[in-house]
Design a binder for this molecule. Structure first.
Ligand code: F6R
Length: 613
């Protein structure tokens, strides 16, 4: 949600580097974009424009119009003020000496703005971020030391932020600061970086430093220095990113989402294989003891969006394996619901990005109440990963498309692993069941590849049904949980209204919406309840619905007798079936969106990594 970048270069022109970085981070926001470059003679040159990055690229001739080796850039997902040129970042202080980019929300900006207006400051935008640029100029005029001025500003503002700042008096340095919004520092051969995300700078360096809340960094072409909120130097650890630029590029595919759907078998393999040794799940990364596991009385799974949907699958699986109550709660609700957490409560937070603000806040609330936290997370060094008591990484690699696919499926795999691990510790699973699930978990990538080798029918059905204006996904138990994600995929990238219902609930109200021609996606992959799923198909057919069914190869024939169209996936252990069943739903959504001419990787109004509340 908003991407920021900054570069202090030795000799290289900064503008093309900033623009390239912004292009790689455009999934974080794409309402407007802008860059500021310090050119010779203490001048700050700013170019910004409403719309996609391409507008800015055209405006600056790919950056050729701005000369200089020090600069900052921003791609915006609007919170305060409509997406227009004036509200685009960077924001410039009134005398033109300071430029600032910001990701986050300044909660007390109106009070500060009022104060500055009384002092005669003129504002040119509606944003909370411009207030910080103006406040910075005010404090800089007082102390004439940029680091000190930033320190003073940070003490006055409330909210979340990652800032990149340049000042006309400082020809070689940019300043960065963070609290509750992601920010990394990168050390490259030709200069040093700040960025919201590794993807923006991976082309130039894999040597990164993760900034912590309250820290301020001064970055020049030769040095990277970090200070705490008292401006005392802090020694920071360097990390080597273990993937390279090709992982964050489309590699010949039309869309990142398509590429990422196809990458799922490998992502699951990477997540699962290293954690299975001699027929057992071994989680070296987790410090949970058998003694603690025995004392767990309650488990929460807390997350947002698709990660929440992974939690809904997790709940069905874990309750079966652990015989403990598992509650799945939306992170945005959890934090304000006075959750019943104590030292016997295990709180699982699930987040691909590791930066989702609500999930982060829920994690902190759980810790504050004395619960034990375990994060399932894809981004190494992200805030959630660093703050949880334990973290289990999903090794999906960078996910660029706004709509998650491999992020979600590796979350399912991680939940299966931890579920088996805990069930084993607790002795709540029969050895035969444990072995059967484990064997099938290892076989998942191969079975997924089998479906992915022949998915033309899914593409065909998408072209048959893409004109429907409303779709219902129905299923029971794990099929219902999977349907929640299938429905979200369709609505977010194709803009078709869709809802997921537990099939048994239909006749309690929603069935009144079924009329001749209504498209129902009926999910019948969960073996134990297949016959009941069939009855629901018959029910909606009787009301004239057009039924596209997703089932397993074993049930295909039966399903074909009633449904209008059938997609089948290989069979696996029932608790793992959503990992296979979700793939055709992702591809169906993808091809429907393609037919409708939607911007698949960057759906309207959305952004990846939601770092505001
Ligand atoms: C939907 C999607 C979102 C995310 C949600 C949580 O395709 O990607 O619903 O799942 O914003 O994001 P993370 O997992 O990064 O916390």
């Amino acid at each position: 949600m908003c991407g920021i970048i900054g570069f202090a270069g030795k000799e290289m022109q900064v503008a093309p580097i900033l623009l390239d970085g912004l292009e790689r981070m455009e999934y974080r926001g794409y309402d407007s974009a802008g860059i500021a470059v310090r050119s010779g003679e203490r001048r700050l040159q700013v170019k910004k424009a409403k719309g996609r990055l391409q507008v800015l690229l055209d405006l600056t001739h790919g950056g050729a119009d701005l000369e200089g080796t020090l600069g900052i850039g921003h791609t915006r997902w609007a919170t305060h003020g409509e997406p227009n040129d004036a509200n685009a970042h960077p924001h410039i202080s009134e005398n033109g000496s300071i430029a600032l980019v910001h990701n986050g929300i300044i909660e007390n900006y109106l009070d500060i703005k009022e104060h500055l207006v009384k002092l005669g400051v003129h504002f040119t935008s509606d944003t909370d971020s411009e207030v910080v640029a103006q406040l910075l100029e005010y404090h800089y005029n007082e102390c004439r030391n940029m680091l000190e001025a930033v320190g003073r500003v940070l003490r006055r503002i409330e909210g979340s932020y990652a800032f990149g700042i340049i000042c006309s008096d400082y020809p070689n340095a940019l300043i960065a600061a963070r609290k509750d919004s992601p920010l990394i520092l990168g050390r490259g051969e030709n200069g040093n970086f700040i960025a919201s995300d590794v993807t923006a700078i991976i082309k130039h360096t894999r040597d990164v430093i993760y900034m912590d809340d309250g820290e301020i960094a001064v970055v020049t072409a030769e040095s990277v220095d970090v200070f705490d909120d008292e401006l005392i130097p802090v020694h920071k650890k360097h990390h080597k990113v273990d993937w390279d630029v090709s992982a964050a590029e489309k590699g010949g595919y039309a869309h990142f989402m398509f590429k990422e759907i196809l990458e799922q078998p490998e992502a699951i393999q990477k997540t699962v294989s290293p954690r299975i040794r001699n027929g057992r799940v071994v989680l070296d990364d987790i410090k949970l003891t058998a003694e603690y596991a025995g004392e767990i009385s309650h488990i929460y799974m807390v997350a947002c969006g698709s990660a929440y949907h992974a939690g809904v699958v997790g709940k069905y699986v874990w309750e079966r394996l652990l015989r403990r109550p598992v509650e799945v709660v939306l992170a945005s609700e959890f934090r304000y619901s006075q959750p019943l957490v104590d030292e016997h409560t295990l709180v699982i937070t699930i987040s691909q990005s590791g930066e989702t603000l609500d999930t982060m806040a829920a994690l902190r609330e759980a810790k504050r109440l004395g619960g034990r936290t375990l994060a399932i997370c894809n981004v190494v060094g992200s805030s959630i990963a660093r703050e949880a008591d334990d973290v289990l990484y999903t090794w999906a690699g960078p996910e660029i498309a706004v709509a998650t696919s491999k992020g979600y499926s590796t979350q399912l795999a991680a939940l299966d692993l931890v579920g088996l691990y805990l069930a084993d510790l607790l002795g709540t699973i029969e050895p035969a069941e444990y072995n059967a699930i484990l064997a099938e978990l290892q076989a998942l990538p191969e079975k997924m590849r089998r479906y992915l080798a022949d998915y033309e029918s899914t593409q065909y059905f998408a072209s048959r049904y893409f004109n429907h204006s409303s779709v219902f996904f129905i299923g029971r138990n794990l099929d219902y949980a999977m349907g929640l994600e299938g429905s979200l995929k369709l609505k977010e990238i194709s803009y078709i209204h869709s809802e997921a219902y537990a099939s048994g609930e239909l006749k309690h109200g929603t069935i009144s919406l079924i009329e001749p021609g209504t498209l129902v996606v009926a999910l019948g992959t969960y073996g134990p309840l297949f016959d009941k799923a069939m009855s629901n198909v018959v029910e909606v057919k009787a009301r004239g619905a057009e039924v596209l069914a997703v089932t397993t190869e074993a049930f295909r024939e039966k399903m074909e007798k009633t449904a209008d169209a059938v997609i089948s996936v290989p069979e696996t252990h029932p608790v793992l079936q959503p990992s296979l069943g979700i793939v055709p739903l992702q591809l169906f959504a993808y091809y429907v969106a393609l037919q409708r001419g939607c911007d698949i990787d960057k759906p309207r109004n959305l952004a990846k990594s939601v770092t505001v509340e």
